[in-house]
Design a binder for this molecule. Structure first.
Ligand code: ADP
Ligand code: ZN
Length: 421
């Protein structure tokens, strides 16, 4: 089942899509020119979409330097809502949206939920915060506009979340990737029997694809990923039922992948930094925004019939990169190795210990009581996970298995990395 939200938009030819993007970009360049930070710096229009490469990037530093209203391109009174990023690896970034921007955001979110199969009558337990965090707002609004019933439980309070899942029988849930793991790690066999959850929409942080099959097998839930960010108005790319990467909402974004050092475009299939130009953002227009996220465009087409290009589900934050004895490592690569061996969802923490310039990696992994009592199983797990880590990322960390509840609880985005010296 394709689950198109708007088949005309989702299946338009690549030529039509580029033509639409050029038209929107030329309008957007004029709109961005109204913001003090861009005044006099942008061309009025460009003849070909590729000519965007001649326009300078906009960075997080630029946003900071022009805080708070340097990127405002409408009268202040036209701002309908402020949102701010979570500040996961730095200072939270403020963004603002007009009513029109919020409508566009809502349309993209509905496209995302439709792709994941949300239907009128579904009960959605939304474990996303609202407040300044943009994710809860657009997910919840989109769900009730589609005729679903929203139960906005917010972040954390896991025992209560599980009780409500059992009592009100939500079929869908919205959460961050880290909290999805945490929630599943807290479900007992009896809980699994009494809930009717069949789909979890995840996002906001990485989740290895190894976890998808795993969640289906052990918890009977299908995961649908998404990628987005506050500055670009929330939802940007979403997973369809084929699970072949995340389709970019190309009717509202122009996306480039560039080499980290040269800033020049890389070929499809090659990893580089994701550069996003929102094409319909009137209050907070950004041109060629450097996301500091690393991923790649997946070549080829998707069997679902959508023509919008896909990015790899493997998305790495440059700010999360660890250099361990000369090797570049991202936490999510470690996570992928953990789930190749582990038969249960877990909560884990990576500790980087530095003594005399030498870094050692420790990974604490929570296990349920029956597995904590099973020494041979732990020895086997240790052997398997170590082998995968050595093979895939050429490091040999020390593993520590700890009982459930030992590590800091996760509510929204999980903090996986701890630096010790
Ligand atoms: P931040 O977490 O940087 O404070 P946001 O709350 O706006 O800012 O979240 C956006 C960031 O979250 C992205 O830049 C990216 O690093 C991360 N992110 C969002 N979705 C995904 C995903 N599906 N996979 C990996 N990382 C993601
Ligand atoms: Zn698809």
């Amino acid at each position: 089942m394709n689950n198109y939200f708007d088949a005309k938009i989702e299946t338009m030819s690549a030529d039509q899509l580029r033509e639409l993007q050029l038209k929107l970009l030329n309008t957007q360049l004029k709109q961005a020119g109204k913001a003090p930070a861009y005044r006099g710096l942008l061309p009025d229009s460009i003849p070909h979409i590729e000519d965007i490469q001649d326009i300078p990037f906009t960075t997080k530093e630029d946003l900071k330097n022009h805080f708070p209203y340097g990127f405002l391109a409408v009268p202040r009174t036209t701002i309908a809502r402020f949102n701010a990023s979570s500040g996961t690896t730095g200072i939270p970034t403020l963004a603002y949206f007009s009513e029109k921007d919020l409508d566009a955001m809502s349309q993209r979110a509905m496209m995302h939920l439709t792709m994941a199969g949300l239907k009128r009558g579904d009960i959605v337990q939304s474990m996303l915060g609202t407040g300044l965090f943009v994710g809860g707002w657009y997910h919840n609004n989109a769900a009730f506009h589609m005729g679903a019933t929203v139960l906005p439980t917010g972040t954390g309070n896991t025992l209560r979340q599980i009780e409500l899942l059992k009592q009100l029988k939500a079929t869908f849930c919205f959460t961050t990737s880290g909290y999805a793991q945490y929630l599943l790690s807290r479900l007992t066999e009896a809980d699994i029997e009494h809930i009717q959850l069949h789909t979890i929409l995840i996002g906001a942080e990485p989740l290895p694809t190894t976890f998808y099959a795993f969640a289906k097998k052990h918890y009977h839930v299908e995961l649908y990923g998404s990628y987005g960010m506050t500055e670009c108005g929330g939802p940007v790319a979403h997973e369809c039922c084929c699970h072949t990467g995340l389709h970019l909402a190309e009717h509202q974004f122009y996306v480039e992948i560039v080499d980290l050092k040269t800033g020049k475009p890389v070929k499809d299939g090659t990893f580089g930094e994701l550069i996003i130009t929102p094409l319909c953002q009137e209050a907070f227009p950004l041109i060629r925004y450097r996301t500091r996220d690393i991923t790649r465009i997946l070549p080829g087409t998707c069997p679902c019939g959508r023509t919008h290009r896909r990015i790899d589900t493997n998305i790495y934050r440059q700010d999360d990169m660890m250099i361990i004895n000369g090797v570049n490592i991202f936490p999510s690569q470690i996570e992928a190795c953990i789930y190749k061996s582990l038969p249960v969802a877990t909560n884990y923490l990576i500790r980087v210990q530095e003594t005399n310039g030498l870094k050692r990696l420790h990974i604490d992994i929570e296990l349920p009581a029956d597995m904590m009592a099973n020494q041979p199983l732990q020895a086997q797990l240790e052997q398997d996970i170590t082998l995968y880590l050595k093979a895939y990322i050429t490091v040999t960390p020390t593993l520590h298995f700890v009982p459930i509840g030992t590590l800091p609880a996760v509510s929204g985005k999980a903090l996986r990395l701890q630096k010790e010296s």
